[in-house]
Write a protein that binds this ligand. Structure first.
Ligand SMILES: *[C@@H]1O[C@H](CO)[C@@H](O)[C@H](O)[C@H]1NC(C)=O
Ligand SMILES: *[C@@H]1O[C@H](CO)[C@@H](O)[C@H](O)[C@H]1NC(C)=O
Ligand SMILES: *[C@@H]1O[C@H](CO)[C@@H](O)[C@H](O)[C@H]1NC(C)=O
Ligand SMILES: *[C@@H]1O[C@H](CO)[C@@H](O)[C@H](O)[C@H]1NC(C)=O
Length: 505
C-alpha cells in the first residue's frame, strides 16, 4: 500500500529509541575521570591458568596483546585463612609468571588471582565465607596476599570468590574489600619504590545472583565501586547443565536474562560506573551430543555433554583452538545467529556453541558503546597458536578506542536498532522483550503516543542516572511540527553533544 513519502520519513525519524547516559548523581561512586586507577587506554586482560602450562606455557603467550595478565589462580588455606601457597608443581610457574610476561611485553601488568578452588568448591567457598566474617582472619588473608604478590613481582591482586552465597557473605565481602584497599594504600606509602598494587574482583555476570538458595542476593555496589580498580564480570558459561543445545554466552537473549547485555546493564543500573566494569569473553565453547542428528538447531534435545577435550580436561567444554580444528573439516556446518550474536557448529552428533572472531567483534562493539573499561579473555591458553581471538579482540578494541568509544551513530549496527510499533499492546510487548534482552540498557522507559507528555516526563527525569527515552511513532506529525523538531534537538544534544552519552538510533 503506497503512502506519501513524507509520512514514512516521519515515522522512521520518530520511531526511535534513545539511550541517554547522563552523568551519575551518586556521590558514593568514584568519578570515571580519575577512576581510581583504570588505565586510560582501557583494560585488555587475559586469564592464564597454570593447568594450561602443558600446552600453553606462559612464554608462548603474546603478552603485547594484553594490558593485564592474570595468574588464575591460588586459593585460600582452609586452616590458617592465609592465601594458600601453590602446590609444589605450580610454585615455579607462579614464581616465573611476572618476569616471563614482562620479558615479552614490559608494559604488561600481572595480577595474582586468589579464588575458589574449582575442584573443592564447597570447602573453598566455606573458607572464604569464614575468613570474610572475622576481622582478624581478614587481616591474615589480606596481609598474606600482599606479601605473596610482592614476593613474586605481581602488580595487583584479584579476588575470585565464586560465589558469595548469603547476604552476610555480601556484607562481609564489602568490608573485606574496604580493608584490603586500606592495606594496599598503607603498603604503598611505606614502599615508595612501587606503585600501589591494583585490586580487582572476578564477579557473577549480573549484580543480582540467580538460582541461589537466597533469592535476594545482590553484590555490595558501593564497596565494589569505591575499593576496586575494576570488576571483571563473568559474562559467559550460562548454560552448563542444559539438556538441550543452546548458545552459552549470547550477547542478547529475548527470552531470559542469561545474556551478556543483561549482565552488563544490570551492573550499570545498580550504579557501578562503566569505567569500573570489564566484560568477559570466553575462549571456550560449550559442547553436547545430539539425541537426533537431524534435529540440530538451537534448543535441540541433547543426550549428554560433549566428551572431554585435551585442553580443557572437562566434559562439555572445548577450547577455541579445538573448535577451529573441527571447523577445518568439511563435515562441519557452522551457523552465525545474528539475533543472539552467537555462533555454533554441528559435526555429526556433536553440537558446539562458541565465540567466533565475528561474535567477539560484536561484543566489543557493545562493550565500547556501553563505555566499559575493557574486556578479559577466559582463558588465554585456549586460543589457537596464532592468537586469532586475542588479536581480533585487541584490534577491535583499538578501533573502537580510535572512534572515541560510545556515541555510535545510526546504522552502526542493525542488531541494536529497535523499531517500535506505534500501537499499544504490540509496542508494550516489544518494550518488554527488549528490556529483558538488554536491547534497552537503562531502566526508565517512557512510551506513548503523545509527544507533549513524553517531553514533560523527560524534563522531570533528566537529572537522574540513565534515562531511556522511547518514542513511539507519533501520529499526525510532520518533520516541521515544532514538537517533533524539539524532540530532534533534544536527541541531537543527548546523543551527539553530551560527551558521555551512549546512543543508538
Ligand atoms: C597485617 O600487617 C600489619 C602491618 O602492615 C600489622 O599491623 C597487622 O597486625 C597484620 N595483621 C595480621 C592479622 O597479621
Ligand atoms: C530437560 O529437563 C527438563 C527439566 O529438567 C525436562 O522437563 C525436559 O523434558 C528435559 N528435556 C529433554 C530433551 O530431556
Ligand atoms: C584432568 O582432570 C582430572 C580431574 O577431573 C585430574 O585428576 C587430572 O589430573 C587432569 N588432567 C590433567 C592433564 O590436567
Ligand atoms: C596460523 O597462521 C598461518 C599463516 O597465516 C596459517 O598457515 C596457519 O594455518 C594458522 N594456524 C592456525 C592454527 O590458525
Amino acid at each position: 500500500m503506497a503512502r506519501p513519502r513524507r509520512f514514512s520519513l516521519t515515522v522512521s525519524l520518530i520511531s526511535l529509541v534513545e539511550f541517554l547516559s547522563l552523568t551519575s548523581g551518586s556521590t558514593l561512586q568514584q568519578p570515571c575521570a580519575d577512576g581510581g586507577g583504570g588505565p586510560a587506554a582501557g583494560v585488555r586482560a587475559g586469564y592464564w591458568s597454570p593447568s594450561s602450562s602443558r600446552y600453553s606455557p606462559v612464554s608462548s603467550i603474546d603478552a603485547s596483546l594484553f594490558t593485564h595478565l592474570y595468574y588464575s589462580s591460588v586459593s585460600i588455606d582452609e586452616a590458617s585463612y592465609a592465601v594458600a601457597p601453590p602446590p609444589a608443581d605450580e610454585a615455579p610457574l607462579l614464581a616465573a609468571f611476572s618476569s616471563t610476561v614482562k620479558s615479552g611485553s614490559p608494559s604488561a601488568k600481572t595480577m595474582l588471582s586468589i579464588g575458589t578452588d574449582e575442584y573443592r568448591v564447597d570447602v573453598s567457598n566455606a573458607a572464604f565465607s569464614r575468613m570474610a566474617s572475622d576481622r582478624s582472619l581478614r587481616g591474615v588473608f589480606i596481609n598474606s596476599s600482599v606479601e605473596l604478590a610482592r614476593a613474586n613481582g605481581f602488580d595487583g591482586l584479584d579476588l575470585s570468590w565464586i560465589f558469595p552465597a548469603t547476604q552476610m557473605d555480601m556484607v562481609n565481602l564489602g568490608v573485606l574489600l574496604a580493608e584490603w584497599r586500606a592495606k594496599i594504600t598503607e603498603e604503598s606509602a611505606t614502599n615508595s619504590l612501587s606503585e600501589p598494587l591494583l585490586l580487582t574482583a572476578t564477579l557473577y555476570f549480573s549484580n543480582h545472583l540467580f538460582d541461589m538458595p537466597d533469592s535476594n542476593l545482590d553484590y555490595p555496589i558501593d564497596d565494589i565501586s569505591s575499593n576496586l580498580d575494576w570488576a571483571n564480570i563473568l559474562t559467559f558459561g550460562f548454560h552448563g547443565g542444559s539438556n538441550v543445545t543452546t548458545v552459552d554466552a549470547p550477547l542478547y537473549d529475548a527470552t531470559s536474562h542469561f545474556s551478556v547485555s543483561y549482565g552488563v546493564i544490570s551492573w550499570l543500573d545498580a550504579g557501578v560506573p562503566p569505567c569500573k566494569l570489564v566484560m568477559g569473553i570466553p575462549l571456550f565453547g560449550r559442547s553436547w551430543f545430539l539425541r537426533n542428528k537431524a534435529k540440530n538447531g538451537i534448543g535441540s534435545p541433547a543426550a549428554a555433554a560433549g566428551t572431554k577435550q585435551r585442553k580443557s580436561n572437562q566434559t562439555g567444554i572445548i577450547a577455541y583452538a579445538e573448535v577451529e580444528e573441527y571447523m577445518d573439516t568439511g563435515s562441519t556446518v557452522v551457523t552465525y545467529d545474528s539475533q543472539s550474536v552467537a555462533e555454533y557448529f554441528c559435526n555429526g552428533d556433536l553440537w558446539v556453541s562458541f565465540d567466533s572472531a565475528q561474535v567477539v567483534q560484536k561484543k566489543l562493539e557493545f562493550a565500547a558503546r556501553s563505555q566499559l573499561l575493557g574486556y578479559f579473555l577466559w582463558t588465554v591458553g585456549f586460543d589457537d597458536s596464532n592468537s586469532t581471538i586475542s588479536k581480533q579482540a585487541t584490534e577491535s578494541w583499538h578501533q573502537y578506542a580510535q572512534d572515541g568509544f560510545g556515541t555510535m551513530h545510526a546504522g552502526g549496527s542493525n542488531q541494536e536498532a529497535l523499531i517500535v510499533p506505534s500501537r499499544g499492546e504490540e509496542a508494550q510487548a516489544t518494550v518488554e522483550s527488549s528490556r529483558l534482552s538488554g536491547l534497552i540498557p537503562r531502566h526508565d522507559i517512557l512510551c506513548g503516543g503523545d509527544a507533549r507528555r513524553i517531553l514533560a516526563e523527560l524534563k522531570k527525569k533528566t537529572c537522574e542516572v540513565g534515562v531511556t527515552l522511547l518514542l513511539l511513532a507519533i501520529e499526525t506529525t510532520t518533520p516541521e511540527d515544532p514538537i517533533v523538531a524539539g524532540l530532534m534537538a533534544v536527541r541531537r544534544f543527548l546523543c551527539y553533544e553530551r560527551p558521555l552519552a551512549g546512543c543508538i538510533l
